[in-house]
Design a protein around this ligand. Structure first.
Ligand code: URA
Length: 196
C-alpha cells in the first residue's frame, strides 16, 4: 500500500517492478489550485534523477511551448499517470496504471483544475477509458468523470513525439493553443506572462 501527504505520495510499494527501477517517487509540481493540469505517462530518466515531472527533453519542449503562449511552468500543475520510472522507459502496464490511479484521482480532486490536458496516448486512453488516436484527436475536448466531478479533458500529443516526427508539432501546437485559451477563459487568478 502507499501513503499520501496532501498531493504527494510519500511511500508506495504497490508495483514491485517499479519499486526496483525507480530512484524515487516523482510527484506532481505546480500550484495546488492550478486551472490547467497536464498529465504525462510516467517519469523518465531525468525525472527519476531530479524528482520532478517533465524536466528532461520533453519538459524543455513543454516549457518553451507554454512560454510561447504566455504561460509559465509555475502556473500549471504537471503530473503523471504513474509516479515511478518504469524499467527501460517501457510503458506502464495496465496494472501499474491501476495501482497509481487513486493518487492521480486524489490529485485531480484536490487541485480541481478547469481542464485536464493529457500528454500522449497513455494518459489519454487511461483518463478517457477508450482507444485514442492522439494525433488526429489532438485539441479535442471530451468530458470524463474524474476525481468526483465531470471534467473537461483536452487531448494532446506527447511533447517528445515532435522529436521523432516533425509533423506532430502542428497537433501539439493546436492542443496547446486550446489549453491556453481554456485557461484564459477561466482566468480566475491565473497569472499570464503574456500580459507583460
Ligand atoms: N514523459 C512523461 O510522460 N512524463 C514525464 O514526466 C517526462 C517525460
Amino acid at each position: 500500500m502507499g501513503e499520501m501527504d496532501g498531493l504527494d505520495v510519500t511511500d508506495c510499494t504497490r508495483c514491485p517492478a517499479l519499486v526496483d527501477s525507480r530512484s524515487r517517487i516523482v510527484n506532481g509540481t505546480g500550484p495546488a489550485d492550478a486551472d490547467l493540469m497536464f498529465v504525462g505517462e510516467g517519469p523518465g530518466e531525468q525525472e527519476d534523477q531530479q524528482g520532478e515531472p517533465f524536466v528532461g527533453r520533453s519538459g524543455t519542449i513543454l516549457d518553451d511551448k507554454l512560454r510561447d503562449r504566455g504561460l509559465a511552468r509555475e502556473d500549471v500543475r504537471i503530473t503523471n499517470c504513474v509516479r515511478c520510472r518504469p524499467p527501460e522507459n517501457r510503458d506502464p502496464t495496465s496494472e501499474e496504471l491501476e495501482n497509481c490511479w487513486p493518487y492521480l484521482e486524489s490529485e485531480i480532486e484536490q487541485v480541481d483544475p478547469a481542464v485536464v490536458v493529457t500528454l500522449g496516448k497513455v494518459p489519454s486512453e487511461h483518463l478517457l477509458d477508450r482507444d485514442v488516436a492522439v494525433t488526429s484527436e489532438a485539441a479535442s475536448v471530451e468530458q470524463a468523470d474524474l476525481g468526483g466531478s465531470v471534467r473537461d479533458v483536452l487531448i494532446c500529443v506527447h511533447p517528445a513525439a515532435t522529436l521523432y516526427d516533425n509533423s506532430q508539432e502542428e497537433s501539439l501546437d493546436a492542443a496547446l493553443d486550446k489549453a491556453a485559451a481554456m485557461a484564459g477563459d477561466d482566468a480566475g487568478g491565473q497569472s499570464q506572462l503574456g500580459d507583460f
